[in-house]
Design a protein around this ligand. Structure first.
Ligand SMILES: *[C@@H]1O[C@H](CO)[C@@H](O)[C@H](O)[C@H]1NC(C)=O
Ligand SMILES: *[C@@H]1O[C@H](CO)[C@@H](O)[C@H](O)[C@H]1NC(C)=O
Length: 499
């Protein structure tokens, strides 16, 4: 079935349908929406001419500009990454005022009953603040479904203005067709639908953001790659290549107020499959086993990090930033050339909409979302070592001898040992937490020597962003563990007892 709704969302839809009556009314509503926006742009000069219109329009105008100060936000994907924490920041707990009029989140999972792990606090928010946030389950490969996400009116009757696209296939191991269909095509469809709304109702899209996660080669260990470094944009695998190509294609849509936010290694609240936290879980495991813990690669391998809270904060700041200017102005301030991925599967036969390598780079405003410290394996493990009281060493260059299949085998074996120990820990915990999503598993495909070395100056200089977690430190991990405790997923053991 295509575009089926969760019961939460269908309740909302039913309620809304009951209020707004049959289809003619919703068409009229749509017309009125367009009219309201036109008022914003050309209403003022018309007001002078007709005394009748003056009273009518100025009341409308005032109430609309007041409403227009709070955006309608449409989030695609990201239910398992940033949608919960974004919602929490944009709709803080009462009595605080929400920063937005409405958030509509669209993803492939069901929330009721959930078909993926969803933070409990988010489920509560969906129930308690259903006037402000809506979740709908949808199959985004279909144009009519995506279009409906834009066109179904928000509660205030105004268009969605801030679009945040986190869709895409991140699991390795598929054929290129899967990434073309689930990453490239969906991102381009969402962006074209956004551009179509902008053509219909000029000025109605204030920001169109797409995120990209760190699957780029950062081969020079001392270097911190800026947004404008073409060498920092070489995808390290096939899912990365097609994600990258999706940015180039969306970036080529003229006039779309598009910004790419490229994150570092994410950790933090409402997220669990994360490298920094995996090191912490491994520390618990080696403490439990009473064995020496050694990490692959060099201690200097870069691991520039970002807490999920700040990742979301930067995305929102970037959206606000571009909402005040044109795409050309944004390009002039923060444009970065996105070179071709040079992946062999990028051909016009495989993907007619791809921007081929022969077309060169595409300039797109871009921000690296990384915190203020140059985290490395050494700095991350030093923090964890202090917190958990365990020595962490490095295999260094001797791991270099392990290549290809040998390395894969070694990682597989290590994972087996880790998972056995981890299941002992979570079963012996008080209380046991057998279904915790915290898992010290390292997929071999992700254990590469490329590191993640990004420079975050732009976020400070251009966006003036203030970090809640400027560095990965004990406070950051403690907050994360306490969040896990509230979610009931942290194994309470004598391996770590701090409050
Ligand atoms: C989504 O829709 C497409 C096109 O109709 C279909 O091929 C695909 O199987 C659907 N996916 C799911 C998960 O239902
Ligand atoms: C981060 O590393 C880069 C490159 O090594 C260096 O230029 C920069 O000063 C470092 N920044 C901090 C805050 O240490």
């Amino acid at each position: 079935m295509v575009g089926s709704q969760s019961s939460e969302a269908s309740n909302l839809m039913a309620k809304r349908a009951a209020c707004s009556g049959p289809i003619e009314v919703s068409t009229r509503q749509r017309f009125l929406n367009a009219f309201h926006l036109l008022c914003l742009f050309c209403g003022v000069s018309r007001i002078r001419h007709s005394p009748y219109e003056t009273t009518f329009l100025s009341v409308e105008f005032l109430s609309i500009t007041k409403m227009a100060t709070k955006p309608n936000v449409l989030v695609f994907g990201g239910l398992t990454l940033l949608a919960p924490i974004l919602t929490q920041q944009l709709i803080p707990p009462l009595p605080a005022e929400p920063l937005v009029s409405h958030i509509r989140i669209v993803d492939k999972f069901l929330v009721n009953p959930p078909t993926t792990r969803i933070p409990k606090a988010f489920i509560k928010t969906l129930q308690a603040r259903s006037d402000l946030v809506e979740y709908r389950q949808a199959n985004l490969t279909t144009a009519s479904v995506v279009s409906k996400c834009f066109m179904d009116p928000a509660p205030n009757g105004l268009p969605y203005t801030h679009i945040i696209d986190c869709t895409g296939e991140s699991f390795p191991g598929h054929e290129s067709e899967v990434y073309i269909k689930n990453t490239f095509n969906i991102a381009l469809l969402i962006a074209r639908t956004s551009a179509a709304q902008m053509a219909r109702v000029p000025g109605s899209i204030k920001a169109h953001i797409r995120i990209v996660v760190p699957w780029y080669k950062h081969p020079i260990i001392e270097k911190r790659y800026k947004e404008t470094d073409p060498e920092g944009w070489q995808p390290k695998n096939l899912p990365g290549a097609w994600w990258h190509e999706s940015l180039r294609a969306v970036g080529s849509i003229k006039g779309l107020p598009f910004v790419v936010v490229r994150c570092g290694s994410i950790y933090g609240e409402s997220f669990w499959t994360t490298e920094a936290i995996t090191i912490a879980l491994l520390a618990l495991i080696y403490k439990h086993m009473g064995r020496e813990m050694k990490l692959l690669w060099s201690p200097n391998q870069p691991k520039t990090c970002i807490n999920n809270y700040d990742f979301v904060g930067i995305i929102w700041k970037a959206a606000e930033w571009i909402s005040t200017m044109s795409r050309e102005e944004a390009n002039a301030i923060a444009g970065a050339p996105f070179p071709p991925s040079y992946d062999d599967s990028v051909t016009s036969e495989n993907c007619p909409d791809a921007i081929l390598a022969s077309a060169g780079s595409v300039t797109i405003p871009c921000f690296n979302a990384v915190d203020e410290t140059n985290a490395t394996q050494a700095s991350l493990s030093a923090v964890i070592s202090r917190m958990f009281g365990i020595e962490i060493g490095f295999l260094g260059s001797s791991a270099g001898a392990l290549e290809g299949k040998m390395l894969e085998e070694a990682i597989k074996e290590a994972n087996e040992v880790h998972l056995v120990a981890w299941s002992e820990i979570i079963m012996k915990a008080n209380p046991p937490v057998p279904d915790t999503p915290l898992m010290p598993y390292l997929p071999p495909s992700l254990v590469t020597e490329d590191g993640c070395g990004m420079d975050g100056e732009r976020v400070k200089n251009i966006l003036k962003y203030n970090f809640r977690y400027p560095r990965f430190d004990e406070r950051a991990i403690r907050d994360y563990i306490n969040w896990c405790r509230n979610e009931g997923i942290w194994p309470e053991t004598d391996l770590y007892t701090s409050a």
